[in-house]
Design a protein around this ligand. Sequence first.
Ligand code: MV4
Length: 449
Amino acid sequence: MFNKILIANRGEIALRIIRTCKEMGIKTVAIYSKADAESLHVRFADEAVCIGPAQSSESYLNIPRIMAAVEITNSDAVHPGYGFLAENAVFAEICKKYGVKFIGPTAEMIQKMGDKVTAKDTMIKAGVPVVPGSNGLLKDVAQGIKIANQIGYPVILKATAGGGGKGMRIVRNDGEFDDAWHSAKQEAKASFSNDGIYVEKYVEEPRHIEFQIVGDQFGNVAHLSERDCSIQRRHQKLVEESPSPFMTEKLRKKMGAAAIKAGKSINYEGVGTVEFLVDKHRNFYFMEMNTRIQVEHPVTEEVIDHDLIKEQIKVAAGIPITGKNYEPLLHAIECRINAEDVCNGFRPSPGKITSFHSPKGHGVRVDTHVYSSYSVPPFYDSMIAKLICKAQTREECILKMQRALDEFIIEGIKTTVPFHKALMRNEDFRKGNFDTGFLNHFDFGECKD
Ligand code: MV4
C-alpha cells in the first residue's frame, strides 16, 4: 500500500480523498494556491505545499510545480480527483516517468477514451452498441450530407476532442449542413485546438444514464450499477440519482454487461464511468467513457455501501477486485449546491459565506469544504457542496431531500438551493418523468427563496 499520497486538487474532492486516506493509514499532502490558504483540505492534510498564485494555470494545472511538491514531500502516489489534471494523459505519463503512481488508468487509456472517434471505434470492435454514424472523422460537407441521408435526419455533428457539448451541432436537413459544419469546426478548433468532426444520428429526448465500473490490474472489471444524470443545464449536471427511475432489471443486466465489455476492451484499470444515451424505447448507446472519479460518485457509494475512493486506491496499489457486480440496495439522490444566482441565469456568486449550517440526520450526507466565514474564491468551479440523501424508496428519498434542503442555511452568497427545492416539488420530476431536455422548459421563476 502507498505510504503518502499527494492530492492534486482542491475543494470538496480533496477533502473527500484525505478522509479515505486517513482511514486507510496513508499520509496525505495537500497542494494549494494562494487563494486557497484558508481551505479545509490544507488544514486536514498531514502536509501542505503552496504551489502558486490563484490562477489554475499557475497552480492546480501546473505540472512542473506539482511534480516539485511530489519530490520535496517524497510522495509515492498522486490522486488527481476530478477536473484539473484528472484526464491529462501527459500528466499520467510524467508521474509514471518519475516513479510516482498516478491513481487512475494509464496515459494510453486516458488518451484512447479522450478522443471520441477512437473511443467509439474501440466500442464498435468490442461489440458495445453505439449510435449509427460516420464511424470516423468526416472529410468534408459532401461526405457528411451523404452519410446524413443514409442514416436519416436529424443528425448531430460532434468534435472528436469534445465533451461538455462544445463543438456540437444538430442538423435537421441538407440545407442546414454547411453552416453547422463550419461553426462546429471553428468552435472545436478554438476550444480544443483539434477541429476533427464526426456525425451520428441525433437521438431525440434521450436520458443520460451512466454505469460506474471498476477494473483491476489483472483484467477483472465489474459494474457498480447506474446513475441517472439527465437533470442538467447546458451540460452542467445539477442532480444525479441511483437507481435510475427509468431502469428495469432486464435493462440493468444488458447495460451493465455492455459497460463491462467497454472496460474489458481496453483492460481498464481504476474506477471509471461508461456514459450511455437511452431513448424512450430503452435502446441504449455508448456515448463517452470518463476515466476519473466523478463528482456524483457518492450516490453510488450510498446505494451499494462501498467507499469508491478506497476501491480506487486499492486497485491502484495492485490489489485485485472480487469481480462481483453490485445492485442498488437503496435509493440515493445528490443535489449540487453551487454558488450561483439561479434567477440570473446561474451567474456565479462568489464571496464571503456569512452563515453556514448544513442539514443532518439519518440518511443525509453533505460533502463540502466550506464553513461559516469562508470566502468562495472567484477563480474556480462554483460548486460549494453536495447534498446526498438516501432512503428505502425514491419517494422517501425526495421527502428526505426536501427536509434536508429546508435545513440548509447558506447566507452571504446566492446558491442553487432554491432551484433544488423547486425541482423536488415538480410533478414530472417526482414521477421520474424527465429526459436531458427537462430543464429547457423548467420555470426557474419558481426558484426564488
Ligand atoms: C447526443 C445527443 C443525441 N444524439 N448524441 C451532449 C454532450 C456530449 N457528451 C454528448 N451529448 C449528446 N449527444 C446523439 N447522437 C444528445 C446529447 C445531449 C446530452 C447528452 C447527455 C446529457 C445531456 C445532454 C444535453 C443535450 C444533448
